[in-house]
Design a protein around this ligand. Structure first.
Ligand code: HAM
Length: 450
């Protein structure tokens, strides 16, 4: 009898087996828990989209779209691609469902497989997984950038990842970046003969990508090139300075990396990556940034956006490297502990589900913002889902937005409260309000949650 053919998984694609799958579950569940405390909700997206969606958003000249997508003609000849990333899909869904008319910023997270035909190696696969989050709305306040980064760092810390490093940059806007790119191109043309073939080609196609080069011989040359930080326009410079100030206020360590340009076309201003120790060449466990203008580019209303995606495969490897990948932690006995602070009201029979948040923080006066940021961190650590506006709002508008978001409580922080070291807590259902110390506040809110 002929021997039956033995099948193997396709190159660059792998199975995730137990017990490692338990660690994956812990990583994903912790993301759900932490992201919910920051007011994010899950969006489930399709695995494939029209090829043109990625071409227009990620960019036709990028490696991802130009060389790495799995594309095929559907039976009606439409070109379809397996998603190489999910920001484009989130933006498509945001526009398609008119989500801009929802109250406040739209905060979404997703997790699932992505596909890129790269050369497989440790930490680099052709089917890999991401956990991502996006904030879409009207504001580009630096506090939003800082809060997104705070959420990331809180998440990694909760998982027990030590040694993660946040690399930060601003790549400017439509106003200042083209001028900088021209300067960079001129500088590169002067040293063209000292560069390798790849970098020589990129001088024409995308000079910024030369800064990404890992070629040892090119490093000394790149160090002498003009830096984007010295060529930002006044408003980008100011935005970047405020992002940094907001990070310091939150106690988040970062390193400025002027060579961090990212390989996708939709970014502007803030860009960042997180690296982890022990992963070798593929040590970026997360990448992200601001993409104001992408919604418009895809036919939607003027909207600002920022987000990130964590490479789950690499995060899992990193946790194992630092000894935080113990899967025994996965055998959870804490089922009585609420998983998130999200309030769910379901009306059985009428299938009406109302999703709200626990606390909306109404802060008034610039001096109250740092105090708000501090107490919000503590409330979230206690498992409550908390929304805090990135910019100051009038009291009435704050309470109005809190109600629209389905908040159970408004926490009021103004000059008086700051002076007295107290917090005013207002129950939105009946308007009952009381003045509380921090300890009493935490105790009350925890009791209300149970
Ligand atoms: P990205 O930098 O292309 O950004 O990917 C994010 C992360 O996905 C990387 O830092 C890495 O950890 C992981 N990753 C990428 N390619 C592979 C691969 N072949 N194998 C294993 N892991 C990989 C984005 O995808 C953007 N959509 C992020 C974003 C969201 N920006 C704004 N919002």
């Amino acid at each position: 009898m002929a021997e039956a053919k033995k099948f193997r998984a396709i190159k660059g694609v792998r199975d995730i087996l137990p017990p490692e799958s338990a660690l994956w579950n812990r990583v994903e569940q912790t993301a759900r828990d932490v992201f919910a405390t920051f007011g994010f909700q899950e969006i489930r997206l399709p695995i494939f989209e029209q090829t043109e969606l990625f071409a227009r958003s990620v960019g036709v000249n990028t490696d991802i779209v130009g060389k790495e997508m799995y594309s095929f003609a559907d039976r009606d000849d439409t070109s379809i691609s397996l998603r190489p990333e999910a920001t484009a899909s989130v933006v498509r869904a945001y526009i398609e469902h008119g989500m801009h008319s929802r109250p406040g910023d739209v905060k979404l997270y997703y997790m699932g497989p992505m596909f890129r035909r790269e050369r497989p190696q440790k930490g680099r696969y052709r089917q890999f997984y991401q956990i991502g989050a996006e904030v879409l709305g009207q504001s580009d306040q630096p506090a939003i950038d800082a809060e997104v980064l705070e959420m990331l760092m809180v998440y990694l810390e909760r998982l027990g990842l030590v040694g993660a490093k946040l690399h930060l940059n601003s790549i400017g806007c439509q106003e200042c970046r083209p001028k900088y790119v021209e300067k960079l191109r001129e500088a590169l043309l002067e040293v063209i003969n000292e560069l390798g073939a790849d970098s020589q080609r990129r001088i024409e196609t995308n000079p910024l990508r030369v800064l990404d080069s890992k070629t040892p011989d090119e490093q000394a040359i790149i160090e002498k090139l003009p830096r984007i930080g010295d060529h930002l326009c006044a408003s980008c410079r100011d935005h970047f300075a405020q992002v940094q100030q907001q990070l310091k206020q939150r106690g988040i360590a970062y390193e400025i990396n002027w060579r961090l340009v990212r390989g996708l076309d939709y970014y502007m201003r803030t860009t960042f990556e997180i690296t982890a120790p022990g992963l070798g060449a593929q040590n970026a466990i997360c990448g992200g940034g601001r993409y104001d203008g992408l919604v418009e580019l895809l036919g939607g209303p003027p909207t600002k956006g920022i987000g990130f995606a964590i490479g789950t495969d690499r995060l899992v490897l990193a946790l194992q490297e630092v000894g935080a990948g113990d899967v025994k932690a996965e055998v959870r006995k804490d089922v009585t502990v609420p998983v998130t602070g999200v309030v769910l009201k379901a009306e059985v029979g009428r299938v009406k589900v109302e999703v709200g948040i626990d606390v909306f923080v109404a802060w008034m006066g610039a001096a109250s913002q740092p105090a708000a940021v501090k107490i919000v961190r503590k409330l979230r650590e206690a498992g409550l889902s908390v929304e805090v506006p990135a910019e100051e709002m009038k009291f009435k508008k704050s309470i109005g937005l809190a109600a629209k978001l389905g908040a159970r409580f408004a926490l009021i922080i103004g000059e008086n409260e700051l002076k007295e070291g107290k917090y005013a807590l207002k129950r939105l259902a009946d308007g009952h309000q009381e003045s509380l110390s921090e300890a009493d506040l935490l105790a009350q809110l925890k009791a209300a949650q149970a």
